[in-house]
Design a protein around this ligand. Sequence first.
Ligand code: FAD
Length: 503
Amino acid sequence: MQKALIIGSGLGGLATALRLTTRGYDVEIVEKHYQAGGRLNQISADGFTFDTGPSFFSMSYEFDELFEDCGIPNPLQMNELDPVYTVYFSDRKKPFFIHKNLKKLAKEFEGIEDDFENKAKAYLKQAGELFHDTEHVIVKKNYDSLIQYAKSLIQVPLKHSPLLIRNMWQELNRRFDSQEVKVIFSLVAFFLGDTPFQTPAVYSLLNYTELQHDGYYNIQGGMYKIVEEITKILINRGVKFHFNTEIVSLIEKDNKIDGFIDKSGKKWTADFYVCNSDAASFRGKILNRKKYSPAKLDKMHWTLAPFTIYLGVKGRVENLHHHNYFLGENFEEYASKIFKTSISPEKPYYYVNALSKSNDNCAPKGCENLFILCPVPDLRFKPDWSDKEVLANNILEDLSKRVDFDLIKNTITRTIYDPIDWQNKFNLYRGSGLGLAHGLNQVAALRPKNKDEEYNNLYYVGASTTPGTGLPIVVIGSKLVTQRIEKDYATSDATLQRRKQKV
Ligand SMILES: Cc1cc2nc3c(=O)[nH]c(=O)nc-3n(C[C@H](O)[C@H](O)[C@H](O)COP(=O)(O)OP(=O)(O)OC[C@H]3O[C@@H](n4cnc5c(N)ncnc54)[C@H](O)[C@@H]3O)c2cc1C
């Protein structure tokens, strides 16, 4: 049986392990952290259980595909969100409820945006056509050369080309009149880890995925169930996990990796290796590639850093819904300036997920489990986070006023992860939350590849390789890298047969 060593147990690493074991490969996983999941992790404190990162996802069918590919029924109970989220503006008491049903959504914008339904239909039609014209032609593909990529690009209908030139905000400006609709539709840019002023208009296709196509989902029992369920299957299949094991260097032989070395000096060997650590910074830090030196990495375009608060409070916060965005004033000025300064925002914009609204087991009875995420500058711009308690208090004071509930007085437990924590816990470059950004010069064949340029037994999966970041996209990435491995390391029919019998 051919053996794979996977470095990192983020979703990309776990999903790849699932696909590889299904195909008869022997898999072993080394992980820096004390438990599996990467950014999709979990912390427990004082009777509360918090999901650390992702709180919802689109393209739920990618999880169905993953389990179907592995011959197992999907063990996850995926709940569709309706409303998909709620948006609070600072100068308006009543929030906007964002529904997939456009008639219902149009009611939210009555008196604010004339003819909203028709405008939204036209905007989403264009975004939907782009989604379907690129999903298989561009996104779900391995590229071996720029020529191959150019050939794929030619297949995308020319009518989409204006979206390559504009940014999201410019496109929304053409389509809608009210500031409220433009701001709300532009929030998807932040899901890609950037502002709508930096994000190309092609990503309006994300508005289509959230409002028309598949919508948003979370997992019954909390997002960490994804990790627990996959890990359970992998352990049953004989996969060994080694936690608190960080890879720091390698041994090479004849253009191949002969083994990786962990912090304690132990050598780890396999027939081939799959790196789930950040595909750009790993090439720099561990492989010493000049193209990924710190100076070059710093010049790349990285997604915003997260500042996250995990708050357990006594009492139920009635004015809060499941997924909530709290926006301040001067959206354009805030979004275009704040992420490149060394100052913490005084009036921050933030997202709040109240997991206890739908999951009883994540908080003691009568209490609320809140995850608060504020996008902030990464460590290139703001390396000092000694003011983290001040920023956390700023956010909690603002939120307390807006939901009419004293969160500070009723706090039972509070944990903060600033960008330094995110960097140190999971090797996220400069604390960037979602990895490399998705500008047109950092996608598809122009993103760090999922097969190494020099070592022919080293592959990559995860947010900073192809196709990109976000849970369903990383799951697609596990499929793409598995296709490459299968091509290079075919398993015998007999091994595959044995595996199928075991499953
Ligand atoms: C705060 C936050 C909120 C998010 N919200 C959402 C959301 O709502 N929806 C969504 O779809 N996505 C969301 N994302 C993005 C999503 O979490 C990521 O795209 C996805 O989880 C990335 O998975 P990955 O496979 O790249 O692995 P990662 O999560 O990066 O895991 C990689 C693993 O490798 C380990 N590792 C790194 N280096 C080494 C080494 N040298 N040796 C050994 N182990 C190593 C790390 O410890 C880590 O466990 C969010 C991200 C963050 C940070």
